[in-house]
Design a protein around this ligand. Sequence first.
Ligand code: FAD
Length: 440
Amino acid sequence: MTDTPTAPTRMPPSLWAATAPPPPTTPALTEGETTADLAVVGAGFTGLSAALHAAQRGAKVVVLEAQEIGWGASGRNNGLVIPALTRADPDLLVQAFGPEHGPTVVAILRDSANLLFDLVRRHGIACEAVQNGWLQPAHRESRLALSKARFDQWRRHGAPVQLLDADQVEAITGSRFWCGGWMNSSGGHINPLAFTRGLARAALAAGAAVHSRSPATSLQRVGERWRVTTPGGSVLARRVLLATHSYSGLAAPSPWPGLERTMVPVRSYQMATRPLPAALRATVMPANAAVSDTQADLHFAHFDAQGRLVTGGGLAIAAGHDWRLRQRIGQRLVKLFPQLEALGGIEFEHLWHGVFGATPDKLPRFWRLDEGVLGWVGCNGRGVAFGTALGPVLADAALDGDQARTKLPFEAPRTVPGHRFAPIGVAATVLYQRWKDGQD
Ligand SMILES: Cc1cc2nc3c(=O)[nH]c(=O)nc-3n(C[C@H](O)[C@H](O)[C@H](O)COP(=O)(O)OP(=O)(O)OC[C@H]3O[C@@H](n4cnc5c(N)ncnc54)[C@H](O)[C@@H]3O)c2cc1C
């Protein structure tokens, strides 16, 4: 399985590639050497949000993208805007990052969905944005305690959350599958590639330079600055943000060798049905919210603007993934929404995949790679809102130097132990978690 693009100017096929408005023109970097206050490597949510914010501050910003805008996880994800991480709940974040940094990370996360939807409104980004809340229903009675714990923790931190019983979950989802759950009303869903392209447009309008098909191949210190080299030209920058995340070493050789070993790439498959008839739309997910449940083998869905159910799943083994996923996820949708039996079979129009960056303890990592070079990894599958919200914080940390940098718990990069065995570990984890979902 490969992530190599089929042509230099095309995104890999997906629902989003088929439906997003076209990208702005972002020619490859071709001329000699340009100077910048901030060089951003990677044009996903993190890099473009950082570039937009830094340019609005008056900094001279150059974004270098190896492939296309949104070519990494930002253009391939499900589009769920979730102001929470998978396992790293507020108490754990405070415990892990300490009383100085923990609450800051929690606050960034708490406000992340609102920040994203504010950007959409402020910059008029056409990306099918729907802020009708994100719901995490419990798939077993025993998981209601987890729902309650998450609800309690987020309420303590001032998030707009609600605890829901099974009837309330049914009213939002149209499904009796779940036993209750909790909801954050600031969440929602977007067309993520359209949003990423919109961010690029906003960054350009704010004065940033954005160059696609410009892989950063090396980083070299030149006095107080860093030279970021691409095949066509170079950037001499005061500060560098490596926003390459799970596509470090995948979209192009990493300009910071070893960055790709500070996380584990996990492949996730995304699928979209044909547009559903209006009568079914009225009963399946009638509140048009975003849903992802408590299972490690996540059950998730939302509608796109044309009424397709956008869902997906994970697999332990990639072989035969297309056929297997169509069967497995089709059956899953009917189990969640028996109303869909009326279709006489679920047809998927789109099936695509991408990788996100996981960490063994499910915590994000904020790397200070060297003086003036920052980065982060470890969204653990939740970076639509979080990555976007980290953009301004990382930009400030890069531009302002030591004092502001302490807002996030930066540390020297650490390789994930046993990284070379990661694919086996990921497959084993998928199988174990699937078994565990049915146990407790
Ligand atoms: C299939 C899938 C489904 C997901 N679903 C959700 C979801 O519903 N909700 C949610 O919150 N999160 C989800 N996520 C996670 C989310 O998509 C990511 O956390 C987020 O997109 C990360 O954004 P980013 O900007 O940090 O990195 P990316 O979007 O991966 O951007 C990194 C960029 O760096 C570029 N790059 C790499 N190397 C170089 C180089 N040498 N030079 C120049 N450029 C380079 C890449 O081409 C890429 O464009 C999902 C992820 C996947 C893969």
